[in-house]
Design a protein around this ligand. Structure first.
Ligand SMILES: [Zn+2]
Length: 276
């Protein structure tokens, strides 16, 4: 599977220790050892506060995308401020790393019917592809009924939806907490399941591989799900490597290949004109 990392700062408050730079370095070391190259989606704020981390990721050969100017779900941002802050964050990443940034991943897969204005604005900002949709019901953000295979938005933006495992309403993406909790035989099954899917990707966060992080309650997910966020972090990197070993294709390269032939998905009228 294609490796992707959502590079975000996971801390209860500003006083807590910044842990992601060291985690990113150890993740990159493990990827190098396994011959893996992939796509790293950076929250724009981190390109301002830690440009050296972003530059180091690019220098190791990984593709860079934007994981939101801030780690805020799209429906909470709205179309008004979205375009300006997104273009500015993209510029910041490009300046930090001196590589182009043409791909986008919405924070928490929050490209949903309420934020269907986003693809048009991303295209206007110069993005050519996105992997922002979880095409299944989800307690956080999902778009049941959206295509489960790569497609193009009417604006031309190529979308690479999250590959799913599990039946119908219980389908989940491959990555994060879902992958940490998956029993070992299921990991082997996932490997076989996606062997013939060149567009199949998984996602990881730096904190998924951080067993030593002190526990705190993440307000967005509540107390119970916060406990799940700490489960089985030890060994997560090994299972990711098992699924990605030897993969050297980036999501941007897949999107470029698919751009001429991917079917168009038009969700119908959106609120994109309002205040955009
Ligand atoms: Zn994220």
């Amino acid at each position: 599977m294609i490796f992707t990392l959502d590079l975000e700062d996971h801390r209860p408050d500003e006083r807590a220790e910044v842990r992601f730079p060291a985690l990113v370095e150890s993740i990159c070391d493990a990827l190098d050892a396994a011959g893996v190259r992939g796509t790293v989606f950076v929250v724009g704020e981190l390109a301002a506060s830690h440009p050296e981390v972003v530059a180091a990721v690019a220098a190791r050969g990984h593709e860079l995308g934007l994981h939101g100017a801030r780690h805020v779900p799209l429906p909470e941002i709205g179309p008004g401020p979205f375009a300006a802050e997104t273009a500015e964050a993209r510029d910041r990443i490009e300046q930090a790393a001196q590589v182009p940034c043409r791909g986008y991943r919405a924070p928490i897969f929050s490209l949903v019917p309420d934020s269907a204005w986003a693809p048009e604005l991303l295209t206007r900002c110069g993005f050519t592809w996105s992997s922002s949709i979880l095409p299944a019901p989800n307690p956080l953000y999902g778009w049941p009924g959206a295509p489960t295979r790569p497609f193009r938005w009417p604006s031309g933006l190529v979308e690479l939806p999250a590959p799913l495992i599990g039946p119908g309403r219980l389908a989940v993406p491959v990555g994060g907490t879902y992958l940490r909790l998956a029993p070992a035989p299921l990991v082997a099954w996932i490997r076989r399941r996606f062997a013939d899917r060149p567009d199949a990707w998984l996602y990881l966060h730096p904190y998924d591989c951080d067993p030593d992080e002190p526990r705190w309650t993440v307000p967005e997910v509540g107390r119970l799900a916060s406990r799940l966020l700490w489960w089985r972090r030890r060994g997560m990197l090994e299972r990711v490597i098992r699924l990605c070993a030897g993969s050297r294709v980036t999501l941007g390269e897949v999107a470029e290949d698919l751009a001429p032939t991917a079917p168009v998905f038009d969700p119908g009228p959106t609120r994109q004109g309002e205040g955009a």
